[in-house]
Ligand binder design. Structure first.
Ligand code: ADP
Ligand code: ZN
Length: 721
């Protein structure tokens, strides 16, 4: 037998299938889509069998595979096909497309081993009437004479008696796989849909065409409840369901709701899982035990069969795009592709739909469904803008008097408060007050961030860390200052201003596994009055006692040099506002800003999505940004600055000769030097990918074997950074 194998090395110049013979004793184990180990040059590698080329003969010229890794298929037909589509769309290597789909335990990778866990059960074997037994042994036998019993139950009685019985052959063993995660079976919490929810549900089910749907529903309008009802419908028809959410570790509450309704039918794939847990969840999906998958970006590749519905919640979030490494795919696009493959429903949902999605809906490419009211009939919270230009003399640190008073009032009433410190684009640089020296990462040419708990300055790109010095290395004065504000600083300010229990939630305090969930529970139980945190307090949280939301600095995210910054700010303010007044008590939101007239802030405070949409679309059209044009981002990088710069210019000239689209650059990237690699970028604004693909393939191929200059291409790029 001869098979075609795709090996684990992801290098553009070995991006092809290599043929191997299969030794006779392995032939019966070979299937398309399983892993094998093969000799490759002087190495031993793992790879995927992609083709069976010849069933009967072998070839003298070929080497033989060494072993077969799996019993069952790792990549099924659909995923194999999907990988090829992805390679075409992203110009990445085929192997990188397959690897990104799989949990670590199943990637092709020599030397990585993640095992299944087992429980051991025992039962009495055969006739024992002639045996002489002591009391403990009798007790054990009594317990497992009819049924298999877990080992731990038996050794509880007596370890030595258990061992003796085992040695005598009285007990037979059965090994059962033990999944590391366990969802309790549910108490089946089901809400009857409101008439408005039901209407949307009926429409989606009723559509005969395969057009995707976009649910535009304000925060708290009951989108999630509709998702659950839809999923239930398809499950009852014997189908499966896939729900994508932005970053699931921040969505513990959502998972709990699904567990409450669907119990152990769900599998959750998220970044907080250990490799073992992820492996187990993955196999529960593969073997059909889990029929609902909830997960972040890469869960879009979950090996579900017979998919009935794919839902992408908070579709506007940029975390669905993998931007920093190949393959640079967007889970939303993959969702649409899989939707076509399965001929199933695809539903996008958001309280602030992306401009792309809304523009498509307005063109009739998506069905648009709107939910403009909250489930409980409550008004959306009233939003007050605080002009910090005026307030600045009256402020207490970062707090306006008005906000402080509002916090005091709510806390006194026994209600709860959420405070957002907008950290997007926020700098907490370390500088010298005397000479202005700022501390930069020696590898990355970007400012170091101060971490108070360890008194260190850290690079968020490469992890470089250094103690914060006492004296400035430039002017030798003792004037080192940590500028910007972190949540820690705000917390200290707050505790001086308000007599309340403050819970701080940020990257530092939630890094330990499970800590995020614990905090949410503690806040929900009213162990704290105020929840202070970064972006992570804005998403999906549902606390009935929260009646005040304060945004400490709305502006920082406006200052990012990214065409999406207005949208991101609008969306963030909208999300965080939605945390207020979710029960009987109505809510109020305070937004502190230095840009009160900026349209993103103004329309966010008025809860006016469509006015924001019109204004932002006008600007996008003027500046030729998405959704009017797509952006293709080309990164040219390498160790030698001049060389990289030269090659970037060559690429630009070659593009000029071959396409008539708008080409920007080359220019040094905003993150110009990372880990001692210099980076330049070229941006193409294009309308039709078919016009630019060929030349980009050529350019990509041209640098395949160049070790000094690396080319990365990102179609439909989301940021200009
Ligand atoms: P969204 O996803 O749009 O933010 P949710 O589905 O989370 O909205 O609903 C907001 C709140 O209203 C949740 O606490 C949810 O349990 C509750 N809710 C939603 N729909 C119903 C319903 N039909 N009956 C009762 N409660 C509901
Ligand atoms: Zn660095």
């Amino acid at each position: 037998m001869v098979v075609g194998v795709l090996v684990e090395l992801s290098s553009k110049n070995i991006d092809k299938i290599f043929d191997y013979n299969v030794p006779l004793e392995l032939v019966s184990k070979i299937k398309v889509g399983i892993r094998v180990t093969v000799p490759f040059g002087r190495m031993t590698l793992e790879g995927f069998v992609l083709e069976i080329k010849d069933k009967k003969t072998t070839s003298k010229e070929l080497k033989s595979i060494i072993d077969v890794v799996d019993k069952d298929i790792v990549l099924n037909k659909e995923l194999l096909e999907l990988g090829k589509v992805m390679r075409n769309n992203t110009l990445s290597t085929l192997i990188s497309c397959y690897q990104v789909m799989l949990p670590k335990a199943l990637k092709a990778h020599v030397g990585v081993q993640i095992n299944k866990k087992y429980d051991y059960f025992y039962k009495v074997n055969g006739d024992i009437s002639n045996l002489k037994l002591n009391d403990k042994q009798k007790e054990i036998i009594e317990l497992c004479k009819d049924d298999f019993v877990l080992k731990s139950e038996l050794v509880k009685i007596s370890v030595s008696s258990f061992n003796t019985l085992l040695k005598k052959g009285v007990l037979i063993e059965e090994r059962r796989e033990h999944y590391r995660l366990n969802y309790n079976d549910s108490n089946r919490v089901i809400h009857k849909l409101t008439p408005k929810q039901k209407e949307i549900y009926d429409e989606i089910i009723g559509y005969k065409d395969l057009k995707p749907s976009l649910i535009y529903g304000v925060t708290g309008s009951g989108k999630t409840e509709i998702y659950m009802e839809l999923i239930d419908y398809y499950l009852k028809k014997g189908k499966t369901a896939l729900l994508l959410v932005p970053e699931i570790s921040l969505t513990a509450q959502l998972i709990n709701r699904f567990v409450d309704r669907f119990g152990n039918k769900i599998a959750a794939l998220h970044s907080a899982l250990s490799d073992g847990e992820r492996y187990d969840e993955y196999r529960r999906i593969q073997n059909g035990e889990a029929t609902i998958v909830i997960g972040a970006r890469s869960a879009v590749f979950a090996p579900l069969e017979r998919i009935g519905i794919i839902i992408v919640d908070e579709e506007h979030t940029d975390s669905y795009k993998q931007s920093e490494s190949n393959p640079r795919y967007n889970a939303k696009e993959i969702a649409l592709i899989r939707g076509e493959m399965h001929k199933c429903k695809v539903v996008f949902g958001s309280a602030t739909p992306s401009l792309e999605a809304m523009a498509r809906a307005k063109k009739g490419v998506f069905h648009l469904l709107s939910l403009m009211e909250r489930v409980n009939g409550k008004e959306l919270p009233e939003v007050k803008i605080i002009d910090m230009n005026k307030e600045i003399r009256r402020t207490r640190g970062h707090f306006s008097l008005e906000l402080v008073n509002a916090i005091r009032e709510k806390v006194a009433l026994g209600e709860q408060v959420i405070l957002l410190l907008n950290r997007r684009g926020y700098a907490s640089f370390v500088t010298c007050k005397n000479c202005g020296h700022t501390f930069k990462c020696p590898n990355c040419d970007i400012s170091l961030t101060y971490h108070k708990s360890s008194n260190t300055m850290r690079c968020h790109y490469c992890g470089y860390a250094d103690k914060k010095p006492f004296v400035c290395p430039e002017c030798h004065e003792k004037s080192i200052n940590d500028l910007g504000v972190g949540t820690q600083r705000i917390e200290e300010e707050l505790e001086k201003l308000v007599d309340a229990k403050v819970l701080r939630m940020d990257y530092d305090t939630t890094s330990r596994k499970g800590s995020h969930e614990k905090m949410i529970t503690a806040f929900k139980n009213h162990e704290y009055d105020i929840l202070l945190g970064t972006q992570m307090v804005s998403k999906g949280l549902d606390f009935p006692l929260v009646t005040l939301v304060g945004v400490i600095n709305a502006d920082t995210s406006l200052n990012i040099p990214d065409y999406n910054s207005a949208f991101n700010t609008f969306s963030l303010l909208n999300q965080v506002s939605g945390r207020a007044g979710r029960s009987e008590k109505s809510g109020v939101v305070y937004i502190q800003t230095f840009n009160k007239d900026h349209y993103a802030i103004k329309y966010a405070s008025e809860n006016d999505y469509f006015s924001f949409y019109e204004e932002e679309m006008r600007i996008r059209r003027l500046l030729k940004y998405p959704p009017y044009y797509y952006l293709c981002y080309i990164r040219i990088s390498g160790k030698e600055n001049n060389l990289v710069n030269n090659e970037a210019n060559k690429i630009k000239r070659s593009l000029d000769r071959n396409i008539s689209d708008i080409i920007l650059g080359p220019s040094p990237s905003i993150l110009y030097k990372i880990n001692n690699i210099y980076r330049y970028s070229i941006i193409i604004k294009y309308k039709n990918i078919d016009n630019i693909r060929d030349i980009l393939i050529k350019i990509n191929d041209h640098y395949k074997t160049n070790n000094n200059v690396k080319i990365e291409i990102d179609f439909n790029h989301l940021h200009i950074m």
